[in-house]
Structures are given as structure tokens and as C-alpha cells.
Design a protein around this ligand. Structure first.
Ligand SMILES: Nc1ncnc2c1ncn2[C@@H]1O[C@H](COP(=O)(O)OP(=O)(O)OP(=O)(O)O)[C@@H](O)[C@H]1O
Ligand SMILES: [Mg+2]
Length: 359
């Protein structure tokens, strides 16, 4: 579902930008601070409703402006061009418009524009806590199981209510009624996640063998509680511990994706360049899985492409991205770093002081 046109207004250092895009590679080349990451951030905002760099809208809106706009046109699965747009105000209000209809939800943006971001801070997927890996799994489940979004939302609400009840309950009986529904949702969510990981891991392990042939990398799903015991039993047997801690200790909100090399967590074994390749492999595998399951293509945003990678590894990643046939945005400080990736269908944009011009 490539973007054919991108309009950015009052976003970071970009006052106004209106560019026609390639459905293949789009390169953004410019010096430090010119606005390359800001273009990727604007596309990400169009697909997620938020930035990947800042949770505060005020930081993203151009200084001295009171709102930002990111608009575009994308090709839907029938190859029709449709408009899409988001407007954010300094007071925090957001408006989303898709196909000419306003009042759309952020989740609908994500449905229309599945994005994969690879950026220099993206190692957190492998090195930080499980929340990043849960988000990784849930991206895939969201795009392949239409009932997931509502079920996960309901689970989170019930979990919150349960945590409040734990503070006042005098016996487990007061919770057991609510726990039935929570357990039903937890089992369903976990089943979707484990099926997703089982399917996607095959693609991920295959790409890892190409990118990191020296390692035997294995992905393993952990559902957040003991794999032999039904969740309802866990909730009942953990009642006293949950109550003393004030929250529900085990559950799908503790799920993780364990990524190991010969039984050791990857972050303890791989170098920084190798970790970056591993992140790329995981993101590419998600994209491939999405296409094989739904026919949808995701858009890849790759910030600071050259960092951490030698030319041979850059070439390998570029070949893999080309093979997907997906739309790709790549930022780089110099043209020489992207020389290996240039292709007939590609477009190069020069970025300077917030101005984006095709070369
Ligand atoms: N709200 C804002 N209003 C105006 N300018 C801003 C705002 N937020 C950030 N900037 C400026 O926007 C510029 C663009 O930053 P950006 O991160 O896009 O650069 P870049 O081209 O990716 O640089 P690098 O190569 O160093 O990664 C920076 O100079 C930054 O100071
Ligand atoms: Mg940057």
C-alpha cells in the first residue's frame, strides 16, 4: 500500500513539503539536522498517529506554529489512489481523515499504512524489556487477526479493574466472576500470539541465516504464565500474592519473545552491527509474513541506513529489501552510502534546512 504523494506542513523544521514518491526506493540525503529523520517521523505519524521520537505533540509541531499536517495519497489493494491525512493541534487534539471521511480512528491509519521502522535507537527491541517485543508481536497479530484489537483492549480494561478490586477484596470469591472473562480473553490473545510467532519465526530464522550465517538464532514465545496451567487457575492460585503486590503478576501483559543464540540471549552475544542486522531481519520477516497472509505490503522506513553496517552488510540488506517489492524510505548523510541501493524505479530527495527537493 505505497504512498504516492506526501505533504508535510509545520512539522519539526519542515514548513512545507509536497513530493511525488516512488513506489520503490525513496532516498533522503542531507547533512546532520537537515530534516531527514523528520520526514520519516512524519510518515510514521501518518501510520501510527504518534511520533517515534517524542510523546509530546508540542515537540513535533514546528516552533511558533500551533498545528501540524501530514497528508498523502496511497494506493489501496485495488490500486485506487485514496487520500489520507492527520492534523494535530498544540492542545493535543487530533483529526484523522481517510478516503475523504473525517473522524477516523488511529487504528484505521495503522490498518491502511502498515509501517516497519528501522532506526538507530531500534536496538531496544532486543536489548530492553519485553514491552518492545510484545509490541512487535502485537503489530503482527493486529494486522492478521481482526478481532485482536478489541480483545486486547478489553483485556487491558479488565486487568485494570481487577487491580483496583485487589486493593479492597476480602476473599477471592469477589474476583472470580470477573476472572472468568479475563481468562477467556487471555487464552484467546495468547493463542493468536503463539500462532503468529510460530509462523513468523520461520521467516525470521530464514532471514537470520542469510544476514548472520555464523549464528543459529531461535525465537521462542513466552505467554506470560506457566505453559501447563490454564490462566484461570493461575489467577486463583496467585490471588494472595497479587493482592500483596497490588497488581496481577502473571498474564498476557507479561508475554515476551525470547531470542537466543545457543541458549544465550542475543544481546549478550551479538555485536552492535549484528544486533542491527537482527532487528532488520525481524522487521523484514514481519513484512514478508504480512504479505503472505493478507496480500498487504508494508512500508519500510530506514533511518540512518549506513550506521553500524559495513558495505557488504548494507548490500545484503538492500538486496533483501528490493526482493520484497515494498516501498522503502531510506535516509543517509551522503549519496555514496546509498550507491549500492540505487535502482531504476528509485527517487532521490535532497534535504536541506527543512526543504525537500527531488534530485
Ligand atoms: N519543533 C521543532 N521546530 C523547529 N525545528 C525543530 C523542531 N524540532 C526539531 N527541530 C529541528 O529540526 C531539525 C531536523 O532534525 P532531523 O532529526 O530531522 O535531522 P536529520 O537530517 O535526521 O539529521 P541527522 O543526520 O543528524 O540525523 C534539527 O535541526 C532540529 O533542531
Ligand atoms: Mg536523523
Amino acid at each position: 500500500m505505497p504512498l504516492t504523494r506526501l505533504i508535510i506542513q509545520q512539522f519539526r523544521n519542515i514548513e512545507a513539503c509536497d513530493i511525488e514518491l516512488s513506489s520503490g526506493f525513496n532516498f533522503l540525503v542531507g547533512v546532520n539536522g537537515s530534516g531527514k529523520t523528520s520526514v520519516l517521523e512524519a510518515i510514521y505519524l501518518l501510520g501510527h498517529g504518534r511520533s517515534f521520537k517524542s510523546t509530546l505533540t508540542g515537540r513535533v509541531i514546528k516552533n511558533e506554529r500551533d498545528q501540524l499536517f501530514v497528508h498523502g495519497r496511497f494506493l489501496n489493494s485495488d490500486q485506487f489512489e485514496l487520500p489520507i491525512g492527520i492534523n494535530k493541534q498544540r492542545d493535543g487534539s487530533t483529526e484523522v481523515k481517510i478516503g475523504g471521511q473525517s473522524g477516523q480512528k488511529l487504528a484505521q491509519l495503522a490498518q491502511v499504512l502498515p509501517l516497519q521502522l528501522i532506526h538507530p535507537e531500534g536496538f531496544e527491541l532486543l536489548t530492553d524489556g519485553p514491552k518492545h517485543r510484545r509490541a512487535f508481536i502485537d503489530w503482527g497479530v493486529f494486522h492478521t487477526e481482526s478481532a485482536f484489537y478489541d480483545a486486547w483492549g478489553r483485556f487491558k480494561r479488565l486487568n485494570k479493574q481487577r487491580n483496583a478490586l485487589l486493593k479492597t477484596a476480602t476473599s477471592y470469591r469477589e474476583l472470580s466472576y470477573w476472572d472468568q472473562e479475563m481468562a477467556r480473553l487471555a487464552e484467546q490473545i495468547s493463542l493468536w500470539r503463539s500462532e503468529y510467532v510460530a509462523q513468523m519465526s520461520q521467516q525470521a530464522e530464514q532471514i537470520c541465516r542469510e544476514f548472520l550465517p555464523e549464528f543459529d538464532i531461535k525465537l521462542q514465545y513466552y505467554r506470560g504464565w506457566d505453559k501447563e496451567t490454564p490462566y484461570q487457575e493461575i489467577l486463583a492460585s496467585n490471588f494472595e500474592r497479587d493482592q500483596s503486590l497490588g497488581y496481577t503478576v502473571s498474564g498476557p501483559n507479561k508475554a515476551d519473545l525470547r531470542i537466543k543464540v545457543s541458549n544465550t540471549p542475543v544481546e549478550d552475544v551479538l555485536s552492535r552491527g549484528q544486533l542491527k542486522l537482527m532487528v532488520c531481519a525481524l522487521r523484514l520477516a514481519q513484512g514478508q509474513h504480512l504479505t503472505s497472509k493478507t496480500g498487504k505490503q508494508c512500508i519500510y522506513l530506514i533511518d540512518d541506513f549506513a550506521s553500524e553496517l559495513d558495505s557488504q552488510r548494507r548490500q545484503r540488506l538492500a538486496d533483501c529489501l528490493k526482493a520484497t517489492g515494498a516501498q522503502v524510505f531510506v535516509s543517509s548523510i551522503t549519496e555514496s552510502q546509498i550507491a549500492d541501493m540505487r535502482e531504476d524505479n528509485g527517487k532521490v530527495f535532497h534535504v536541506e534546512q527543512g526543504q525537500i527537493e527531488p534530485i
